[in-house]
Design a protein around this ligand. Sequence first.
Ligand code: SF4
Ligand code: FE
Length: 500
Amino acid sequence: VLRTGEEYVNAIKHRNKVEIYVMGNEVNDVTEHPFLKPSILAFKATYDAAYEEDSKHLARAWSVFVNDEVNRFTHIHRSPEDLAYKIKLLRKLSHKTGACFQRCVGWDALNTLYVTTKLIAEKGKKDYYERFIEYLKYVQKNDIALAGAMTDVKGVRTLKPHEQPHAYLRVTEVTKDGIYVSGAKANITGIAAAEEVIVMPTRAMSEKDQEFAVAFSTPLDTEGIKVIVGRQINDGRRMENGEIDGLPYRSNHEGLIVFDNVFIPMERVFMLKDWQMSGILVEIFSAYHRQGYGGCKSGLGDVIIGAAYNLAKQIGVEKAPHIQNKLTEMVLLNENMYGTGMAASLDAIKLCEDGCWWVNPMFANITKQLVTRFPYEITKLSTDIAGGIIGTAPSEWDLKNPKLRQLIEKYLQGIMDYSTEERLRIVRLLENVSFSVAFLIESVHGAGSPEAQRIVINRIYDYDYAEKIAKYLANIEKSINFKENAEPWKKTDTEKIGKQ
Ligand code: SF4
Ligand code: FE
């Protein structure tokens, strides 16, 4: 049930052929390919964590579905504490990898389908839930590496799916055994390092768009699937065979996955044309994923703070008041992301009787909104502390050239306790983590672009109630009906359905 990291790598290495392309060429073995190996190593860390003394209490959970211990990345949250463990686990895994370890989207997809199929079952349609539970058991028993695919390519943003069918993944045919789907999903994290992908709709659908309201899972080696892996900042360093410039040599990737008339057997279909539910599904998923960023991004923040602190010490400025101020500011920003992620967890919401613990949607959206901003601030502050060397340092190949090494060591030396090589190593680590896709671009667009969170925040804050409080205290209104809760929030559509 609990795979080791090595077992995961072997499973990926020996799977059936999957059509994966990197920089124009088809990849034979993703576990050995220099561009993808860093991703495999980061993914692997989610398996190793279940066996490492410092993390196994976070990385293991008890599943009531298979009556056994499972890797938490396949676990269905059973309590607010479970959701808090998620945040702690993600922060710790960022420390172990210095990268995005890519397994959370599939995990959030499992929890989303659990809640959504359950809500649909409570309305009378039980097949999806029953199928999903069977699938969940299979995933938990085999500790499957999952990716999650939500974002459609979307084409012209003002056009609806049925007005531009190729821009959204759709069902093209339904038979008694299954369905056929065509289309593409974009920006899919870790897709080439996963064994299966869970596909979900990307937005609320109208009746006219019902063939786009589809959720299912499929192994990556299914006929008709192609993956085109995208490029990232500094990604060429992965191919250089070095040991400094590409640090931490663990990374993530995103890719475009194309479905060309792919057959999905009915037992893997978890939503089929239920257009009324697709908005709810998206809301549930996005809140789960927005909460998670409080863990992984604060974990990367720790790596950056540690590197900046070390570089300050290397040049003897760590006690300067303005440096201490900047370090304090980085900690403040970082712990804010973590704190809101924890609040989203511990103030969780129960959407159905036997469990279905959903994150607090206000705090989850606040977490992600902070994450669209604070990593940029943290990167700016760490660049400030590191000095210009972060953009101009000589390469490891210069350091390895005996003619140059002496000069580099002489002229880039700071406090004598630290070697110049040490300085360059930390500089490279800082550069590659603080300017990474995972820390910057994904922080803006992952789990929905900034405006998506602002819409939710604005919708669920009850301005009218806050206004009533103000009027009451100003003696304009003589009385007020205080709500039971202290927070002036409205229920989301999801909560309304959950409580019906
Ligand atoms: Fe997990 Fe964070 Fe990567 Fe998303 S960005 S997959 S939450 S590590
Ligand atoms: Fe993400």
